[in-house]
Design a protein around this ligand. Sequence first.
Ligand SMILES: Nc1ncnc2c1ncn2[C@@H]1O[C@H](COP(=O)(O)OP(=O)(O)O)[C@@H](O)[C@H]1O
Ligand SMILES: Nc1ccn([C@H]2C[C@H](O)[C@@H](COP(=O)(O)OP(=O)(O)O)O2)c(=O)n1
Length: 233
Amino acid sequence: METAPRTVPAIIVAIDGPSGTGKSSTSKAVATALGLRYLDTGAQYRAITWWMVENGIDTADAEAVADAAAKPEIVSGTDPLAPTITVDGIDVSGPIRTQEVTSKVSAVSAVPRVRTLITELQRSIAAGAEGGILVEGRDIGTTVLPDADLKVFLTASPEARAARRSGELKGKEATDLAATREALLRRDAADSGRKTSPLAKADDAVEVDTSDLTLQQVIECVVTLVEEKRALR
Ligand SMILES: Nc1ncnc2c1ncn2[C@@H]1O[C@H](COP(=O)(O)OP(=O)(O)O)[C@@H](O)[C@H]1O
Ligand SMILES: Nc1ccn([C@H]2C[C@H](O)[C@@H](COP(=O)(O)OP(=O)(O)O)O2)c(=O)n1
């Protein structure tokens, strides 16, 4: 009797959590190790926010943001070794990380029309990812990909997160630890408190507190979780 070739179905992994918990670094490393594509959904919300600022849209005016939301074309490259993000063909990987964009991204990403458009984009990227994808963000396990094969929710104390972020900013913009901590907590509150698809842990997500773990330990933990899921399929 002939046996059909064994095809490994594409695995979908959702990694959510607040800022500075290690989502991006962990996700890129895990996707690279396991041959998965990688999508940074925060970069997409940052990209649309960058476009609003560039085009003089008042990001505090939800109606104006909603009216303009379909105009920019956002394209994400999903190679975990070299992820890319463009808006209307312009590479915005640098400009989306400024403090101005960071301070405005929560307001823009709270606008329901923005979320609908970006969520559609995320689902189509995930559906087209042959071999599987790891998608990181705030609402991936709850809203974007509720049927993901594995959901991980990363947490860490505000102190650990602020120290990590502050270390990154050193030499660039503000380095003040207390100010970084305050800004993080303000963004957490805005992202968790919005009506549409807030930052939240899915009921079936595995929670990992990374406060006292090294990045390598977190990567190993998530690789093991993915491999366990794969073994069951
Ligand atoms: N477990 C960890 N221990 C120490 N530093 C970490 C850890 N995880 C991530 N980092 C560092 O913290 C910073 C923020 O991590 P990042 O992956 O960008 O978090 P997020 O995507 O959740 O905002 C990066 O400089 C990263 O190298
Ligand atoms: N799935 C997502 C991802 C990000 N966002 C919003 C809320 C976040 O504060 C911003 C920026 O996300 P990003 O992951 O780049 O933020 P950090 O790198 O953790 O500082 O985008 C969102 O609303 N939903």
